[in-house]
Design a protein around this ligand. Structure first.
Ligand SMILES: [Ca+2]
Length: 225
């Protein structure tokens, strides 16, 4: 229940901080099959070490990606936890030609952007960051038209621990879906992937928009529980 409350507070934070009607347009909680995902490399493993529900995913060094049509302005969010050294990838613009990714690394203690043509890697901007084991972090990527911002939040989902900006020109194509990857310790996991989008609801006052967005997101989380 606490986790749902935290997730709900995170939703409220998005609504109130952005002054826009951000609503959930995609969700994957890893509670059932991975039929909607394409696997590159090793097969993903569903684990019982979950942030939400009963399962999360470890991709065993492979990438998984889907064909959800991301748009500029989208906010992509996923939870991750490390039990040992490794990396967690939150990717965007994913197709069969590769992806881009925001990467949190417990093995090198940093977060970074990568361009991943053919699911390889080209290192882009990087910032040192102290990653703790056995701690849930929320990763977020905000897609812009000229730059993309990656953020790392603490276990409460709302305390911003660090952010990194990457110009779009250094990334690969942005048209495509979402990708995920873990490598390193077999117990490093990802859970509750969500995409939020401004649905441009016409409400006269910004406060009204925020309240409406908070109501919508609260409903979404309530349905999940
Ligand atoms: Ca789950």
């Amino acid at each position: 229940m606490l986790k749902y409350l935290v997730a709900g507070m995170f939703g409220l934070s998005i609504a109130f901080s952005s002054q826009a009607a951000l609503v959930e347009v995609f969700s994957e909680d890893f509670e059932s099959s991975l039929d909607d995902w394409t696997t590159v490399g090793n097969q993903p493993i569903l684990t019982s070490d979950a942030f939400e529900g009963a399962q999360s995913v470890n991709t065993d060094r492979g990438f998984i990606y889907n064909d959800f049509a991301l748009q500029a302005g989208d906010v992509i969010s996923v939870w991750t936890k490390f039990s040992g050294e490794g990396r967690s990838y939150l990717g965007f613009g994913a197709t069969d030609a590769g992806t881009n990714s925001f990467v949190l690394s417990s093995n090198t203690q940093d977060y970074r952007f990568q361009d991943n043509p053919d699911f390889g890697f080209t290192e882009l901007n990087i910032t040192t960051f102290s990653v703790l084991f056995d701690t849930w972090y929320r990763l977020e990527v905000v897609l812009g038209t000229s730059e993309v911002v990656g953020k790392v939040y603490d276990t409460d989902g709302t305390t911003l621990l660090g952010s990194l900006t990457q110009d779009v020109g250094s990334l690969g194509a942005l048209d495509g879906g979402i990708s995920l990857r873990t490598f390193g310790d077999s117990a490093n996991v990802l859970d509750l992937l969500q995409v939020f989008r401004d649905d441009s609801i016409a409400v006269s006052s910004p406060a009204g928009i925020s309240v409406f967005a908070a109501f919508c997101i609260a409903l979404v989380f309530r349905r999940k529980s």
